[in-house]
Design a protein around this ligand. Structure first.
Ligand SMILES: [Zn+2]
Length: 165
């Protein structure tokens, strides 16, 4: 069933699956692709403008971890680790929260959410994740922060450009 989706930049599109639309290149995510491998695609969802946040999505329309082939699984975890390393080396990110739900309305995508000091007011661990993302979406959608978000996307993309796929 097609869904109407309003993009961060105001465009409205109708797609069956947003993850398919992004990983196939039908939709260019704001800030562009951070890195792409044979079976995976990494980008930031700037609707949640946390600097250094990365979403890693499979290209195949699957939902559950046990649907990945063994080689996809290895490709995925190696990619996630390379992105994690770039977050540390380029952006100085000390900790990352990982979130992934299989009952998504899109398809397989892993959130890599950097942890910042300001997030402590929303608690720690998993219960802080939703309030943190809502705070970012509702209160951090300003030019200064978005400049940082886009700069960080460029830094990550640049750091990963020689990644051995
Ligand atoms: Zn899909």
């Amino acid at each position: 069933m097609a869904k109407k989706i309003t993009m961060a930049d105001g465009r409205t599109i109708e797609v069956e699956c947003l993850s398919c639309a992004i990983t196939s290149g039908l939709i260019e995510p704001a800030g562009g692709t951070i890195i792409e491998t044979e079976n995976f695609h990494a980008h930031q969802d700037v609707a949640y403008p946390v600097p250094g946040l990365v979403i890693v999505a499979s290209k195949r329309h699957i939902h559950c971890l046990d649907e990945l082939t063994e080689s996809e699984l290895i490709e995925c975890i190696n990619l996630v680790q390379a992105i994690r390393k770039a977050q540390r080396d380029e952006l100085g990110i000390e900790y990352v929260y990982y979130f992934y739900n299989e009952d998504t309305t899109h398809h397989f995508h892993l959130w890599m959410v950097p942890r910042y000091e300001w997030m402590n007011e929303f608690g720690r661990s998993v219960e802080s994740l939703r309030p943190v993302l809502l705070h970012a979406r509702n209160k951090m959608n300003n030019k200064e922060n978005l400049d940082k978000v886009f700069k960080n996307i460029d830094l990550l993309r640049n750091a990963l450009k020689n990644y051995k796929r």
